[in-house]
Design a protein around this ligand. Structure first.
Ligand code: FE2
Length: 294
């Protein structure tokens, strides 16, 4: 089964009007795409009200974001209960449209899109409803219970890939792993997953362990996408993360993680592989070697 392809033109016209005004070469207007956040007011642990959501949009805009794809939490088990899911989804859409309406005249324009971050609390989640996927395309943002990674997580990922969708595993650096995470990352990748890291992890905002894993995955070339996972309070840390990755010699990786691949995701197109980062080639490392005479 070939996955469905989402295009900007396929979006709800209510949200796509401004996006269509200034199309870049790839059909998406210039500016960063941030595809993981919690900005829908009053539906999860993100923005608490409309004012907070609008301020969060402005905060993201100040960091260069011009396309917000927000992803309120959703338990996979809820999708299997159509009446409950429909009721929740309607609440999410109404609240989100209130944000879109409040921001529709902002300059420069922001395009708004909706997806869900799905907590995989069932072994075979139902994903045929485009409302549970990112912008209705082939990508599905998924997470596991963070403190309790279930055995067989790679089987759930394989199940999603087998349905013809591309699972994007949220913030892989933040799970509490029993031992070395690399074998599990390897299994997830071989089961068809793309791996996402939060921008804030690169600057240590989730602690030393998450920071170490975020950099380690980047050095292995196993991070496919970066996003803010912004919860509408504090900073998204996008700019600082991009600067630190660039300073470590990863300018090309940073462009793909924060710009190229999220843009492809929004359009429902394949991601480009991100090269392994050799931090020894960064300008600071080169300068240190110079002063040490090596
Ligand atoms: Fe999230």
């Amino acid at each position: 089964m070939s996955p469905p392809v989402a295009t900007v033109e396929a979006l709800d016209p209510h949200t796509a009007t401004r996006a269509a005004e200034v199309l870049a070469g790839d059909g998406v207007p210039p500016g960063l795409v941030d595809f993981h956040s919690h900005l829908v007011p009053g539906v999860d642990d993100g923005a608490r009200d409309l004012g907070e959501a609008v301020r969060a949009v402005e905060t993201l805009a100040a960091e260069g974001v011009r396309h917000v794809l927000t992803t309120p939490h959703l338990d996979a088990s809820v999708i299997a209960r159509p009446e409950l899911f429909d009721r929740q989804q309607l609440e999410v859409e109404e609240a989100w449209f209130s944000v879109v309406d409040a921001c529709v005249d902002r300059d420069p324009p922001m395009s708004f899109h909706l997806g869900r971050e799905i907590l995989l609390d069932t072994a075979s989640p139902q994903l045929s409803d485009p409302r549970v996927r990112l912008n209705g395309g082939p990508y599905v943002l998924v997470e596991f219970p963070r403190l309790n990674l279930p055995a067989g997580s790679e089987d759930v990922i394989g199940h999603i890939s087998g349905l013809g969708y591309r699972p994007v595993i949220a913030h892989v650096e933040r799970y509490l792993y029993q031992g070395d995470p690399v074998p599990l990352w390897d299994e997830w990748r071989h089961s068809g997953a793309a791996l996402q890291v939060n921008a804030a992890s690169y600057v240590g905002r989730y602690g030393a362990a998450a920071r170490e894993l975020a950099w380690r995955a980047l050095e292995m070339g196993w991070v496919d996408l970066a996003a803010s996972d912004y919860h509408a309070r504090g900073r998204p840390w996008i700019t600082q993360a991009r600067e630190e990755i660039t300073a470590a010699g990863g300018a090309a990786q940073e462009r793909l993680l924060f710009d190229g691949n999220p843009r492809s995701l929004l359009r429902g197109e394949p991601l480009e592989p991100v090269a392994a980062l050799d931090r020894n080639q960064g300008p600071w490392s080169r300068m240190r070697r110079f002063f040490r005479g090596r």
